[in-house]
Ligand binder design. Structure first.
Ligand SMILES: *Cc1c(COP(=O)(O)O)cnc(C)c1O
Length: 398
C-alpha cells in the first residue's frame, strides 16, 4: 500500500544532499544551495512521470486541494460536487475557500454516480470533484462529458490513487486540475506533502502565488515581487521533497510488488460464493493498493469484518463505520461545529447537504470491505494472508 514501507538508501541519499547544503526552504538562497533543489526536481519528475505540463508541490494533499480550488476561482456561494465516500479533506478544502460541498451518491465503483451528479447540478455548481478512492478510479469519460455538458470545472482528487490510470492517462491529468497527496499512507510519500497538477499555465501560476503569500514569482527578487493576489504559506520543504523524489523514481517497483500481491489475494477470493468485487472502470489502470469487495448484506459484512480482525488480519477496512472517509460519521460537519463563523448562506447550505439521507451509498458502503495491500509481503506471505482471508470468507459469506 504505502511507499513508506520501503523507505531506504535512495531516500536517505536525496535527504543527505539537502543536509549537505543546509538549505531547507525551497525558495531563495540560490548561491548556498549549490544547484540543489529537490522541490524543482520532484515537480519535473511528476510532470514527466504522470504526463502533465505543470506540477506545484504543497505541504499536503489538503493544502493542494485548497490551492487548486482557489486557483480555479472557486469561492463564496459556489457548489462543488463530491462523493459521500471520500476523505474529510475534500469538504474541509471546499469550506475553507467559502464554497459549499454538495454530496452525491457512490455505487459499486466506490466513486461518483454520473446520473446522481446530473440530479445535483444547479445554477450554482462550479465544479465536479471526483475522488478516486483506494487505488482505482471514477468513471471519467462520463464525468468529462458531464463537465462539458454543464460547463463546470473538473477537479480530480487522485490523492489515494497516485499511479493509477484511465484509458492510458494518469489520474489527475484529465480535468482542469488534479491533486496528489504524499502523506505517509499514500502510494509514494514525502512524509507530508501534496501537489497540484495541470496543463493550464494560468492555474499553475495562480497556485504558485497562492502557496507563497501571493508572490508573483517574476524570477527576479522574490522579496520584491509584486502581489497580484492574496496568498498563504503552503510551501513544501526541501527535506520532504527529497524523500518524494526518491519515491517517485521507485513507483514502477512499488506498483509491480503491489499488483502481484493484490492479484494473489484476488485469485484466492474470486470464486468464493457470496462476494462480489468493486467495479473498476479501467481494470488495467488499477494500482492494486486495496482489494475491495462486497458481502451480500450489511450484517454479514460487519460480522465478516469482525471475524477478519479476530483472525489477526491487519489493514482491513470497513469504511461504513470509518470516521474519516464516510459521510455517516462526519458528526462535526453535520452539527455545524466550526471554530470560526461561516457566512450564513454557507452554513445553512453545508448543514442542509450534509444532513441528507443517502440510501444508495449506505447500501453499497454497508456491504464493503477493503484489504490494504502491503509492499512488505513477499509471495509466500501474500499467499498465507490470502489463505487466511479466504477461510474466513468461506465461513461468513452467503
Ligand atoms: C490523503 C487524502 C487527502 C489529503 O491528503 P493529506 O496529504 O493527508 O492532507 C485528500 N483526499 C484523499 C482521497 C486522501 O486519501
Amino acid at each position: 500500500m504505502p511507499g513508506y514501507e520501503l523507505f531506504g538508501d535512495a531516500e536517505r541519499k536525496e535527504v543527505n544532499d539537502v543536509l549537505q547544503t543546509g538549505i531547507i526552504p525551497r525558495y531563495g538562497f540560490e548561491a548556498a544551495r549549490k544547484g540543489v533543489s529537490k522541490a524543482t526536481d520532484l515537480e519535473k519528475a511528476i510532470c514527466e512521470t504522470f504526463g502533465c505540463k505543470y506540477a506545484l508541490l504543497t505541504t499536503s494533499g489538503t493544502t493542494a486541494l485548497i490551492t487548486a480550488l482557489a486557483a480555479l476561482g472557486i469561492g463564496a456561494g459556489d457548489e462543488v460536487i463530491i462523493p459521500t465516500f471520500c476523505f474529510a479533506a475534500n469538504f474541509e478544502a471546499i469550506i475553507a475557500v467559502g464554497a459549499i460541498p454538495v454530496f452525491v451518491d457512490v455505487n459499486d465503483t466506490l466513486a461518483l454516480v454520473p446520473a446522481a451528479i446530473e440530479k445535483a447540478i444547479t445554477s450554482h455548481t462550479k465544479a465536479i470533484m471526483p475522488v478516486h478512492m483506494c487505488g482505482s478510479m471514477a468513471p471519467l469519460d462520463e464525468l468529462i462529458d458531464l463537465a462539458d455538458k454543464y460547463n463546470v470545472l473538473l477537479l480530480e482528487d487522485a490523492c489515494l490513487a497516485v499511479g493509477a490510470s484511465y484509458k492510458g492517462k494518469y489520474l489527475g491529468t484529465m480535468g482542469h486540475a488534479g491533486v496528489y497527496s504524499f502523506d505517509i499512507s499514500k502510494m509514494i510519500t514525502c512524509g507530508e506533502g501534496g501537489a497540484i497538477i495541470t496543463d493550464n499555465e494560468e492555474v499553475y501560476k495562480r497556485a504558485r502565488s497562492f502557496t507563497d503569500h501571493g508572490h508573483d514569482h517574476t524570477d527576479k527578487d522574490r522579496a520584491a515581487d509584486p502581489h497580484t493576489y492574496l496568498g498563504y504559506n503552503y510551501r513544501i520543504t526541501e527535506l520532504h521533497a527529497a524523500v518524494g523524489l526518491a519515491q517517485v523514481r521507485r513507483l514502477p517497483q512499488f506498483l509491480a510488488i503491489q499488483l502481484r500481491n493484490h492479484n494473489i489475494i484476488y485469485e484466492a477470493l474470486k470464486d468464493i460464493p457470496g462476494i462480489t468485487f468493486r467495479s473498476i472502470p479501467d481494470p488495467g489502470g488499477n494500482t492494486g493498493a486495496y482489494l475491495s469487495f462486497f458481502l451480500s448484506r450489511e450484517d454479514i459484512a460487519r460480522h465478516t469484518f469482525n471475524e477478519l480482525k479476530k483472525a489477526g488480519l491487519k489493514s482491513i477496512y470497513y469504511w461504513y463505520d470509518n470516521n474519516w472517509h464516510y459521510i455517516g460519521n462526519w458528526q462535526h460537519l453535520k452539527s455545524g461545529s466550526w471554530m470560526h463563523r461561516l457566512y450564513e448562506e454557507q452554513k445553512m447550505q453545508v448543514m442542509h447537504y450534509s444532513n441528507q439521507a443517502f440510501p444508495m451509498s449506505d447500501a453499497v458502503m454497508g456491504c464493503c470491505i477493503s484489504v490494504g495491500i502491503s509492499l512488505l509481503w513477499d509471495e509466500t506471505m501474500a499467499r498465507d494472508i490470502a489463505g487466511k482471508i479466504a477461510s474466513v470468507l468461506q465461513r461468513t459469506a452467503e
